[in-house]
Design a binder for this molecule. Structure first.
Ligand SMILES: Cc1cc2nc3c(=O)[nH]c(=O)nc-3n(C[C@H](O)[C@H](O)[C@H](O)COP(=O)(O)OP(=O)(O)OC[C@H]3O[C@@H](n4cnc5c(N)ncnc54)[C@H](O)[C@@H]3O)c2cc1C
Length: 401
């Protein structure tokens, strides 16, 4: 017998989970809500973990999405530090690792993703930080007090942002990644190289086109051996090589998964009472006409909210076009749509590789737009993508400034 019955259960205390509470309460002021999360913190925003917290622009107490009173006022039962071990959609139950069972009316899986790990010798050594959680920040922050050097594995956004954050804290940083330049999945070559050179100019040692072969620990010092025969000693070792969507609960319950939990336009999984949102959800991105999974803040915020509304009966299709952002030293940007360096790109620079707009095109149509140090133009970019008309790249010059 389930120990407790809730109209809504949310598994995952991240941004999508917290936003779902808002969505539910917009539609249903009184239905009982249980939010279960395995971290010991109230839901918080992750972007500051690699940016403002390191630069003294935010304090830890400022990154929480809502304070405890919000959940009390919203009549939400919080079960933090609680791992969910299984779900049974047929019986409409959720089981915690501690053996408690809860019954739900509607369930949201907002379980996000876990950091991908390196399967090289020493990849599981104690002290290596696979960076994602507030506890990782708190540990690294403490360790940087004593540290002078760090190896950062991974040249995507997490690796690049963490490297910049450590440099700002006077740590000597070596970056290692297999790609030819930083953030090569989204940046065209000349921009990627320019950003990389700005890192080198600030004293970061960049070993592109290389990867770790093994890790060892000599006393407190990490020793990273690379495929190209390099051997680097460091006080800290941080890895940011992407995430794996946390879809195991759905998979074990035989819901449809495909590198994430597959949902329809209402964010409903293959079971009608189970929804998914955020980093773990593969959803139909209407404006692009394809299935996608998006690992970004604005997506988790809006998808979580929409899932909550739909769980409470709104029946609204998710048609929102999420944007994303990053800051790499002084280079900041906002982007929307399919921002993939594999597409044809057209860059309309006002200042080369610094200020301007990059258009990503497929079959002559704009699929994505990245606005580099150009702000508050996301809506114009969305409209351009939605239009879906064929354009000649030159016609895009000056369109968004
Ligand atoms: C360091 C960092 C910086 C970032 N910076 C940016 C940025 O600049 N711009 C941007 O657009 N995006 C950024 N992101 C990405 C953005 O933060 C994520 O897309 C967003 O947090 C996803 O939210 P989510 O709720 O889907 O998942 P998560 O935030 O991963 O939350 C899921 C929660 O569910 C918990 N959970 C998982 N399984 C279980 C279980 N079985 N039982 C109980 N709880 C469970 C997890 O522990 C976690 O607390 C950044 C991410 C990180 C890590």
């Amino acid at each position: 017998m389930p120990e407790q019955d809730f109209a809504y259960i949310i598994v995952g205390g991240g941004l999508a989970g917290a936003s779902a509470v808002e969505g539910i309460r917009e539609m249903d002021g009184s239905g009982s809500v249980l939010l279960i999360g395995n971290e010991n913190h109230l839901p918080y925003h992750r972007p500051p973990l690699s940016k403002q917290l390191w630069l003294g622009k935010k304090k830890v107490e400022e990154i929480f999405i809502h304070d405890r009173q919000f959940y009390e006022k919203s009549n939400v039962t919080l079960s933090l530090g609680t791992e969910v071990a299984g779900i049974e959609p047929g019986k409409k139950t959720v089981r915690s690792a501690a053996g408690k069972t809860y019954h739900f009316g509607k369930l949201l899986l907002a379980t996000g993703g876990t950091p991908r790990r390196l399967s090289v010798p020493g990849g599981d050594l104690e002290g290596i930080c696979y960076y994602r959680f507030l506890d990782d920040y708190l540990r690294m922050r403490k360790d940087t007090g004593e540290a002078k050097s760090a190896v950062v594995v991974g040249g995507g956004f997490i690796g690049s942002e963490i490297a910049a954050a450590l440099v700002a804290n006077k740590i000597t940083v070596t970056m290692i990644f297999p790609e030819p330049y930083l953030c090569n999945r989204v940046f065209p070559g000349s921009l990627g190289m320019a950003i990389q050179n700005s890192y080198i100019g600030r004293g970061v040692t960049v070993f592109a086109r290389d990867r770790p072969q093994s890790f060892e620990k000599k006393g407190d010092v990490f020793v990273t051996a690379t495929e190209k025969g390099r051997c680097i000693e460091s006080d800290l070792l941080i890895v940011g090589i992407g995430i794996v969507p946390s879809d195991a609960l759905a998979k074990e319950a035989e819901l449809r998964t495909d590198n994430g939990i597959v949902v329809d336009e209402y964010l409903r999984s293959s079971h009608q009472d189970v929804y998914a949102a955020g980093d773990n959800a593969v959803f139909p991105y209407q404006a692009l006409g394809r299935q996608m999974r998006i690992e970004h803040w604005d997506n988790a915020l809006n998808q979580g909210k929409q899932a909550g509304r739909n769980m409470a009966g709104a029946g609204e299709a998710f048609t929102y076009m999420p944007y994303f952002f990053s800051d790499l030293f002084e280079f900041g940007y906002e982007a929307v749509g399919e921002v993939s360096a594999e597409l044809e790109t057209f860059a309309d620079w006002q200042r080369e590789n610094d200020t301007g707009v990059i258009y990503y095109l497929k079959d002559g149509k704009v699929r994505g737009v990245m606005m580099c140090n150009v702000w508050e133009k996301v809506e114009a970019a969305r409209a351009l993508i939605r239009k879906g008309e064929k354009v000649k790249p030159e016609e895009l010059r000056g369109l968004i400034r």
